[in-house]
Design a protein around this ligand. Structure first.
Ligand SMILES: C[S@@+](CC[C@H](N)C(=O)[O-])C[C@H]1O[C@@H](n2cnc3c(N)ncnc32)[C@H](O)[C@@H]1O
Ligand SMILES: [Zn+2]
Length: 320
């Protein structure tokens, strides 16, 4: 059960121990405006640059939505005017694809636009409870690394509705969820606050509002081929994970760096791409466990899909 006092203290702890301004790592000062259904609203202001981040229904918003509002505004009307959710998603993808072709956008501009498109898609998926089958690291895999996970602080980026992180809270000391989709972040946040030792925020994985050396573990599954600035994400791993920390990551195989229907529609520019193996072994991490795991997922856009995720566990420093 969610208890207002506990929620408030987790939010305060989040700001004290983990969150900083994603622009300049400045300290954030919390201002709670009130409570809505036990969830606090208000904001956090950066002491260094003065930027203000909104806190809404207990979730901090770090990803700037202004571009989304400008570019996809006409389509938001569709979504709100009771258009069928799948049709609303397809309208938006078609609109973005036409824009890319009409303006001859380069791969970087294209990837930037698709990031916003994705946020919008996953907001719809989560809002209508359409995304089912969040990838969960299988029990046997967790069992084989559970002494490494035990009592650690870990972040999961692109966490979707949060079932994987919720499951791992049994072992972790504290879990932090991050998703670019506001609706996904809300779902995860609610689950983690309910368990009591975690929270989630809305933000982008390559520009994290997390303190340097603040986590022991970094997780991300089935999102590498949708993160436009993947190499920046790898730098964020380096910045945020402590010495001797671990990575528990997975990529859907094979990755889809661009639209299968039209290679001009690029999700990740060529010079940003890295394989799951390369990411697991960058920044002084060394792979110690791997397994190809089944992933059965259903979404509003793609329906039921039977996929495979390559999961890797790696540790920083010498590996026995
Ligand atoms: C295919 S789903 C994967 C969700 C979950 N990890 C799983 O494996 O089932 C991709 C998720 O990545 C999120 N996402 C996409 N781009 C992101 C970004 N730049 N930063 C954080 N999350 C992102 C989406 O909102 C969505 O929830
Ligand atoms: Zn700042």
């Amino acid at each position: 059960m969610l208890i207002k006092k506990d929620i408030e203290s987790t939010i305060e702890l989040a700001l004290k121990k983990y969150l900083v301004c994603p622009e300049d790592e400045g300290k954030l000062n919390l201002q709670i405006g009130g409570f809505d259904n036990k969830m606090p609203y208000g904001n956090a202001k950066c002491e260094k640059c003065g930027k203000v981040y909104e806190l809404n229904s207990g979730v901090f918003y770090f990803y700037d939505g202004s571009l989304e509002n400008q570019i996809l505004k006409p389509l938001k009307q569709n979504y709100m005017n009771n258009r069928e959710p799948r049709d609303a998603i397809i309208d938006m993808i078609t609109y973005a694809s036409n824009m890319i072709k009409a303006l001859s956008l380069n791969p970087e501009q294209c990837a930037q636009l698709f990031e916003i498109v994705q946020k919008y898609r996953y907001d719809i998926e989560a809002f209508y409870n359409g995304y089912k089958g969040t990838f969960k690291v299988p029990k046997e895999f967790i069992d084989s690394v559970k002494t490494e996970l035990k009592d650690t602080i870990a972040v999961e980026c692109a966490c979707g509705p949060g079932e994987n992180l919720e499951n791992l809270l049994k072992f972790l000391d504290f879990g932090i969820g991050c998703d670019i989709s506001t609706e996904m972040a809300k779902k995860t946040n609610k689950k983690l606050l309910e368990v009591g030792n975690g929270f989630a925020f809305q933000g982008t994985a390559y520009k994290l509002p997390l303190r340097r050396d603040s986590v022991d573990g970094f997780m991300i599954f089935n999102a590498f081929d949708r993160i436009p600035w993947l190499r920046k994400l790898v730098k964020e791993i380096d910045r945020t994970v402590k010495n001797r920390g671990y990575l528990l990551i997975g990529g859907c195989e094979p990755p889809q760096w661009y639209s299968p229907a039209d290679p001009r529609l690029v999700y990740v520019p060529e010079n940003q791409r890295m394989t799951t193996d390369e990411i697991a072994n960058a920044n002084g991490f060394n792979e110690i466990k791997r397994r190809l795991c089944p992933w059965n997922v259903t979404s509003i856009l793609d329906g039921y899909e039977k996929l495979e995720t390559l999961v890797l566990f790696s540790k920083r420093g010498d590996v026995k």
